[in-house]
Design a protein around this ligand. Structure first.
Ligand code: BMX
Length: 280
């Protein structure tokens, strides 16, 4: 049995995973008062402790750029003060388990490639539209990784006005937009979309920005499919809006857009599988 952890901008998840299946899963909010490495590591270890007995290895999916087990935030609001933080070293020391760390969206891409909506596809992208916008690429059946850790970060591709995509298209961006209107957050934008043209326009804008990048990446990399995850990405109507935006382009740019088959477990299953593969 392999332990898996998913450290996201909004929530932490831990699970016991075997053969690509989640046996037991626990969840907690990512600390908001202190998003520094020590506080988040403490919260993660509290969550992990009851799942430790019998574990052979630990696979971690972490938001942020990951190189050699060290994590660096691109978005400092999501993880504060994470600059090359040795997460692998800290977790290995605290648990005594062989530990592998990869980016959360890379982990989810790997999970979908091996057990989900990426099976049987040579080239695909996984995109999570959540607190941020993250992505992972599987090319020729291999997870695409760089040694320095900054790769497949769709959230940092630029919108036409030069702003990083995730500052306008993510769940976090929609949360901020919603609160300016006195609404509760991105969920309320989704709920209001059918009756409120401003809410619908905001969701359509996000989906169109994602579709635009998918179109470019499709012709660049020969992608066959885009697998969508994340709270906003999997919310009612979002994938249909991405498909509609792609449908307005020349068919050359067309690709299949499907929901993550593993849902919110994609990162956990991918991180466990990656640890088993890279530690053996
Ligand atoms: C951000 C970036 C990515 C991550 C993506 C989705 C940070 C801390 N994270 O673009 O590395 O994959 O968010 O992550 O800079 P989530 O936090 O929304 O789950």
């Amino acid at each position: 049995m392999t332990l898996a952890l998913d450290i996201g901008g909004t929530k932490l998840a831990a699970a016991r995973v075997e053969g690509g299946r989640v046996l037991e899963r626990l969840e907690a909010p990512t600390p908001t008062h202190d998003r520094g490495p020590e506080a988040v590591t403490r919260a993660v270890l509290d969550l992990l402790r009851p799942l430790l007995p019998g574990a052979k290895a630990l696979g971690v999916a972490a938001t942020g750029g990951v190189a050699e087990g060290k994590v660096t935030a691109l978005n400092a609001d999501t993880l504060r003060g994470w600059h090359g933080y040795d997460l692998r070293g800290a977790l290995r020391a605290a648990t005594g388990l062989p530990t592998a760390v990869i980016n959360d969206a890379d982990a989810a891409a790997w999970g979908e490639a091996t057990h989900g909506a990426g099976r049987g596809v040579e080239n695909f992208i996984f995109v999570t539209i959540s607190t941020g916008v993250g992505s992972g690429l599987v090319l020729g059946g291999h997870l695409y990784l760089s040694r320095h850790g900054l790769h497949a970060e769709m959230g940092y591709m630029r919108a036409p006005n030069g702003t990083p995509l995730e500052l306008v298209a993510s769940g976090g961006a929609l949360d901020r937009w919603a609160r300016e209107r006195g609404w509760e957050g991105a969920r309320e934008v989704v709920r209001r979309a059918a009756a409120d043209p401003a809410a619908e326009a905001k969701l359509a804008e996000s989906a169109a920005l994602i579709a635009d990048k998918l179109a470019d990446l499709k012709v660049m990399l020969g992608l066959e499919r885009a697998v969508i995850g994340g709270g906003l990405g999997l919310s009612a109507g979002y994938i249909e809006r991405v498909r509609a935006a792609l449908g307005r382009l020349d068919p050359l740019y067309g690709l299949e857009v499907v929901p993550a088959a593993l849902g919110a477990d994609a990162g956990l299953i991918g991180a466990a599988g990656w640890a088993e593969r890279s530690l053996n």
